[in-house]
Design a protein around this ligand. Structure first.
Ligand SMILES: [Zn+2]
Length: 375
């Protein structure tokens, strides 16, 4: 992994599979090293997302050369994101050349727009290859992706994934893109039926509508998707927690269902493995922390108290709380970003699949009251 003169990692397209099985302590050290070497704090301090609040907290992270004062760095959340996005100068919102903009999925609220640089896109492509490996995709699998239209982050994923597999994955994966928004305008379900896909990638909250569309896709309407699409073997579902709908999905679609966590603000792609006991959160791509109820508030000199967070790698198993992410991103690194997603740390112990990255369960979004009381 090389470092450019601007302190950004030059990622190879295919991350080394042995990274998935490094001992936890080594992964923690690797994350710390990447945080430091990719100059996340120095680069982020140029962004309007962080600059003012960090200055007000008396922090001069542009000069920071260690992560010693980590707990004093204020959290950033979706509200801060929207504020920085709406108020200029917009060219100082991002800190690396944007190559692609995507927007998040949030009902009834303003949308967050996230810049992905070249390296961020390569990371997303690499994580798609990793996902294929983790869930056991096979050569010549045909993947029906039912994702949201642009500008949502799911939209470019099949295209980037196809290219990644062609360049470095080697599984000869084939993608059939569809979207519920195009149901009334395009015959993609009946085309997909003719192509007999083996894998389904879709939002979970669209599964019910999808069920109707797919079971009617062939020349003769079927009672279930499983009957209409007999080759479906693997289902990858994102957007909301798979449990408690897992069994129902398995039966109606006739596939092994895996939960996927997809975040728009940064190319994070956590995925469940065949052990089905939590999603592996990749410590070589981010530094995750958890804000749990009951942790004492942290109060620095002259700053307002803020809830304390524990690094996920040292939190006790089964701890529940909000996921906080710091990333090593190019166009806009996240620094202590409160995702608003409630998680449970399932386990830090090596998984039955042999992977060592901590496993989390996504429990859903924090509700408005929880958001208000913890901020
Ligand atoms: Zn596993």
């Amino acid at each position: 992994m090389a470092l450019s003169t601007k302190g950004e990692y030059r990622l190879p397209l295919e991350l080394d599979p042995s990274l998935e099985r490094l001992p936890l302590e080594e992964l923690v050290r690797l994350g710390q090293r990447k945080l430091f070497e990719s100059q996340v704090l120095q680069r982020a301090s140029r962004s309007t997302l962080y600059a003012r609040r960090w200055r007000e907290a008396g922090l001069h992270l542009e000069r920071q050369t260690s992560t010693a004062a980590w707990a004093s760095i204020p959290y950033t959340d979706g509200h801060d994101w929207l504020t920085a996005q709406a108020n200029g100068p917009f060219t100082r919102f991002f800190v690396g050349q944007p190559r692609l903009w995507v927007s998040n999925h949030s009902r009834g609220r303003a949308r967050k727009w996230a810049p992905y640089g070249d390296q961020d896109i390569i990371l997303l492509m690499s994580l798609a290859l990793r996902l294929a490996r983790v869930v056991g995709l096979q050569p010549d699998d045909r993947i029906l992706t039912v994702v949201e239209p642009s500008p949502r982050v799911g939209n470019p994923l099949p295209y980037l994934w196809a290219e990644a597999d062609g360049l470095a994955g080697g599984l000869r994966l084939e993608f059939i893109p569809g979207s519920l928004a195009m149901l009334a305008h395009n015959n993609w379900p009946s085309f997909a039926w003719r192509r007999n896909p083996t894998v389904l990638f879709s939002r979970l909250d669209e599964a019910l509508t999808l069920q109707q569309a797919l079971s009617q896709a062939g020349p003769t309407p079927c009672a279930s998707v499983a009957e209409a699409f007999p080759s479906f073997r693997v289902g990858l579902f994102f957007g909301e927690p798979l449990d408690p709908k897992r069994e129902e999905i398995r039966r109606s679609f006739g596939l092994e269902a895996f939960s996927v966590y997809l975040l728009a603000e940064f190319p994070a792609l956590a995925v469940e493995c065949p052990a089905h006991n939590g999603l592996h959160l990749w410590l070589d791509t981010c530094f995750p922390e958890i804000i749990a109820a009951g942790l004492p508030a942290w109060k620095g000199k002259g700053s307002a108290p803020q809830p304390a967070a524990l690094p996920l790698a040292s939190a006790p198993d089964n701890l529940e709380g909000e996921l906080v992410l710091t990333t090593f991103g190019q166009a806009l690194p996240l620094v202590r970003y409160r995702t608003g997603d409630r998680i449970r740390l399932v386990s830090k112990a090596p998984c039955l699949c042999g992977r060592t990255h901590p496993r989390i369960q996504i429990l859903g979004k924090l509700n408005e009251q929880e958001l208000a009381t913890t901020r």
